[in-house]
Design a protein around this ligand. Structure first.
Ligand code: BG6
Length: 489
């Protein structure tokens, strides 16, 4: 009975947006399917003075709003989840308040495991971690999960990592990049490393270019304060986009375990050619949306949403190179932005053209093969192949490109799509760090990104305007066209 130790999950920032939109719903999903450990208790913590009852009713209301179907089905799970939840207010700016809080946590956890999830502004991480250490809550059975961004450049991220490192060992730290918890992102690894088909072609000899797009239609939402300080490069490129790049480009790890996988990702990050000096102008483009329309609806510009002037970029496009044997000479075009025409996360791998065409009459219509891995909004894989158009071909063979399509929704019909945090929570509870980001990865990513910022500063590069609902400024188009390539749209 009860072979698993009791676990206490403490969520700092429990009244915040992330907790309410993602964390609690993920826990509910796990609860419904009986995947939460029997003896798991959840403690929400935030500055707001709330009683357990008030927090539970708030959580209940929010969860109900998010359940669009099968409401009946969820009632029991909801009751079970809420009965696990307690709440304690804590003022992180006061050592005394933190100490009172940690003393309470210490009592609750007994000799069980404890997982702290820091879902606050990262500037609180050092204070929280040292408070936990003061109370002796950093022993072997304690783990700490923390949200990005860790710092806003290499130096500040090192400072935060150093502070946290004084309280917790690296293997106790689970840095979240929620993209790694996404089904489609994990399938990228499955696709690459469980099919013998791709590996022989997965290199510069056969691949001409790779494009990674993470496009969003949303604007500032309610995050003006945070977003304006970070911008698209720090908010998306430094983490999600570079993680997708790593998974696309890394060497096959020997095993699917935390050390092997993260070692290979790190090698990719460390092989990224710095975009510095003059390169920062020819290999990067930044933009900021002005008023425009998305799906026929007028949307305001960034500065109007923000209510003041700002040079923060809401769009970034980059032409990156990985300087190693596998990828020598292959451009990786990366782009991400807010208020783009559609929500889309996609990896486009374009193969080299055939070396010679035997079809003299239709030579120009031979298009290079492409593999398109769409991760969002739907999970879809297309392999684009040339085919003969049906017909008698009296004037020569007519060709056309068609796609072999794999719609993962249909292929796995009836399987509920999990939220990223469902997987991440279970892994953190089990102590599996494979889908979390190691300190050296975070720092290598910052180092690369910092160089681009330095180049922008030295060359007075400021974001160019692009109307909301378009694919970024014209400088992004030039970035690829200069090399005879074009973005997939
Ligand atoms: C977050 C960023 O990490 O990812 C947000 O801070 C962004 O700005 C979000 O909107 C995108 O995540 P998803 O899962 O909606 O693609």
């Amino acid at each position: 009975m009860n072979a698993r130790p009791a676990t206490l999950l403490v969520i700092f920032g429990a009244t915040g947006d992330l907790a309410q939109r993602m964390l609690l719903p993920s826990l509910l999903g796990l609860e419904r399917d009986g995947l939460l450990p029997d003896r798991l208790a959840i403690l929400g913590a935030a500055r707001t003075e709330l009683t357990r009852h008030e927090f539970r009713s708030q959580a209940h209301e929010l969860l109900v709003q998010q359940l669009d179907d099968d409401r009946e089905d969820w009632t029991e799970a909801m009751d079970r989840l809420l009965s696990r939840i307690d709440y304690l207010p804590v003022d992180l700016s006061s050592e005394a308040s933190l100490d009172t809080f940690t003393a309470d946590v210490d009592q609750r956890r007994g000799d069980g495991d404890v997982l702290f999830h820091l879902s606050t502004a990262p500037s609180w991480y050092p204070a929280i971690c040292s408070g936990l250490a003061r109370a002796g809550l950093n022993g072997e059975n304690a783990r700490v999960m923390m949200e990005k961004p860790i710092g806003h450049d290499l130096l500040s991220s090192m400072e935060i990592n150093d502070c946290i490192g004084q309280s917790f060992a690296e293997q106790q730290i689970y840095r979240v990049d929620h993209y790694l918890g996404k089904e489609g992102v994990q399938n990228l690894l499955a696709l690459r490393f469980s099919n013998a088909l791709f590996e022989p072609l997965w290199n510069s000899q056969h691949i001409e270019q790779v494009q990674i797009t993470v496009a969003e239609t949303v604007g500032l939402e309610d995050r003006a304060g945070y977003y304006d300080e970070y911008g698209a490069m720090r908010d998306m490129v430094q983490n999600h986009v570079l993680q997708l790049l790593c998974l696309t480009a890394m060497e096959p790890p020997a095993r699917f375990d935390p050390t092997a996988v993260r070692n290979e990702k790190l090698k990719v990050l460390r092989s990224l050619r710095p975009i510095d000096g003059r390169e920062s102008e020819s290999c990067s483009a930044s933009g900021q949306y002005s008023a425009g329309a998305i799906d026929g609806e007028a949307v305001p510009g960034y500065l109007d949403e923000l209510g003041r002037d700002s040079d923060t970029e809401t769009f970034v496009a980059l032409r990156a190179h990985i300087d190693n044997w596998r990828w020598s000479g292959v451009p990786f075009y990366l782009r991400t932005g807010k208020r783009l025409p559609k929500r889309l996360t996609e990896i486009y791998i374009r193969f080299r053209p055939v070396p010679h065409s035997i079809f003299q009459h239709d030579r120009s219509s031979i298009k290079p093969n492409a593999l398109i891995i769409r991760l969002q909004p739907e999970e879809h894989i297309s392999l684009c192949l040339m085919n003969k158009k049906p017909g008698l071909d009296r004037d020569g063979v007519q060709l056309s490109q068609v796609a072999l399509d794999l719609d993962r929704h249909n292929a796995f019909d009836g399987v509920r799509r999990r939220m990223a945090y469902e997987r991440l929570y279970l892994d953190a509870i089990d102590g599996n760090g494979t889908l979390f980001v190691r300190r050296d990865e975070v720092e290598a990513a910052w180092q690369w990104v910092d160089t681009i910022f330095e180049g922008w500063k030295a060359n007075d590069v400021t974001p160019r305007k692009y109307p909301a609902g378009t694919w970024g400024p014209s400088s992004a188009v030039v970035l690829s066209e200069r090399h005879g390539h074009s973005w997939r749209e």
